[in-house]
Design a protein around this ligand. Structure first.
Ligand code: NAD
Ligand code: IPM
Ligand code: MN
Length: 369
């Protein structure tokens, strides 16, 4: 049987730096576990703009549609701030999500015990934390029409974005959340602002409909998203699965990142409908961006990107045991006090560079054999 195929789009800033460590780990799985992938690489974001004048070439888009999974680093950077909106690096990523129809974005926030003292919250609040944010990724205010910046009648301008959700868009992402909850602690909390937005009212009604008709066994609650942000900081362990829209999910997942100690820790999987082989269309990427403030200095934490590859092993390739092996290797390294700069607190540890963290994870993988 042919090897599963992976398309690597490292992107900009720290994207290529963290992806370099993932490539070594992919190599390790090939050599030591006989788990081999057909890996191809291409450009996305500013790197693609520099080469082609657009943030995602049509050929790259076509390749992404064909492979079993895409791994993405990060896109964007100050160099590209001056570009027209239509060719900004972020548009390349949004095109991938939209055209691959990756509607369910899984953003797990897990607090590794070794980092519980490092979070900006108290240990007793975050220790043992394991929540899953399911963010709708292909609709809402990110894509709704009309949108744009227009002249008004007084010589000024106005900007427009439209929050728009259909029944089916809400139902399908709700199903993803309920399915995940069944394999976890069987609880879903849906977040919107039904108190001020009609799209929020529809969201709440449709999530409730999916629950009542298809998943009555799962415990469902609803929360306004602003309260949700507060509750995430107050008592995050009250949650199991959170399902929310594109914009609230973007914000709430960055907030959840700090519960784990660093934005450099949070992986994600963006999943669509099943392909002919039964696997979901999929793209895996860290939640963080291109981190221009630390790019090129070997300071980036590669763990979010490494754990994104672990999610690929689990969700695209049915290799749950190998995924756990990789996650355990990361846990071991953290327990041993190995720390990139973003994880360095007063309690100290062994400071390492991006590749030093890669070395440590590879050593822990070797030790797992
Ligand atoms: P960012 O996530 O790049 O950085 C926020 C802060 O977190 C910075 O201080 C950064 O140094 C730190 N950080 C992020 N990842 C880290 C890591 N792996 N290790 C250590 N520290 C890390 O967000 P930003 O600064 O708001 O955005 C920078 C650029 O990235 C923008 O162009 C933005 O649009 C883009 N962006 C891209 C993605 C993506 O590709 N998925 C996600 C978010 C932001
Ligand atoms: C993310 C990022 C993206 C988003 C940007 C870069 C388009 O912030 O993946 O969280 O807003 O979705
Ligand atoms: Mn974001």
């Amino acid at each position: 049987m042919a090897n599963p195929s992976l398309l690597i789009l490292a992107g900009d800033g720290i994207g290529p730096e963290v992806m370099a460590e993932v490539k070594r780990i992919i190599g390790w799985f090939g050599e030591k576990r006989g788990v081999t992938f057909d890996v191809s690489e291409d450009l996305v974001g500013g790197a693609a703009y520099d080469a082609h004048g657009k943030p995602l070439a049509d050929e790259t888009m076509a390749k992404a549609q064909e492979v079993d999974a895409v791994l993405l680093g990060a896109v964007g950077g100050p160099k590209y701030d001056v570009l027209d909106f239509s060719v900004k690096p972020e548009r390349g990523l949004l095109r991938l999500r939209k055209e691959m129809d990756l509607y369910a974005n899984l953003r797990p926030a897990q607090c590794f015990d070794a980092l519980a003292d490092f979070s900006s919250l108290k240990r007793e609040i975050v220790a043992g934390l394991d929540i899953m944010i399911v963010r709708e990724l292909t609709s809402g205010v990110y894509f709704g029409e009309p949108r744009g910046i227009f002249p008004d009648n007084e010589g000024g301008r106005f900007g427009v974005n439209t929050q728009r959700y259909t029944t089916e868009e809400i139902r399908r992402v709700a199903r993803s959340a309920f399915e995940l909850a069944r394999r976890r602690n069987n609880r879903v909390c849906s977040m919107e602002k039904a108190n001020v937005m009609e799209s929020g009212i529809l969201w709440r009604e449709e999530v409730q409909w999916v629950h009542d008709n298809e998943y009555p066994d799962v415990e469902l609650s609803h929360m306004y998203a602003d309260n949700g942000a507060m509750q995430l900081v107050r008592w995050p362990r009250q949650f199991d699965v959170i399902v929310t829209d594109n914009l609230f999910g973007d914000i709430l997942s960055d907030c959840a990142a700090m519960l784990t100690g660093s934005l450099g820790m949070l992986p994600s999987a963006s999943l669509g409908a099943p392909m002919a082989n039964g696997r979901p269309k999929a793209l895996y990427e860290p939640v963080h961006g291109s981190a221009p403030d630390i790019a090129g200095q070997g300071k980036a934490n590669p763990i979010a990107c490494i754990l994104s590859f672990a999610m690929a092993l689990r969700y695209s390739f049915d290799m749950g045991e190998e995924a756990t092996r990789l996650e355990k290797a990361v846990e071991t390294v953290l327990a041993d006090g190995v720390r990139t700069a973003d994880l360095m607190g007063p309690e100290g540890g062994t400071p390492v560079s991006t590749s030093g963290m890669g070395d440590a994870v590879l050593a822990a993988l070797d030790a797992s054999l």
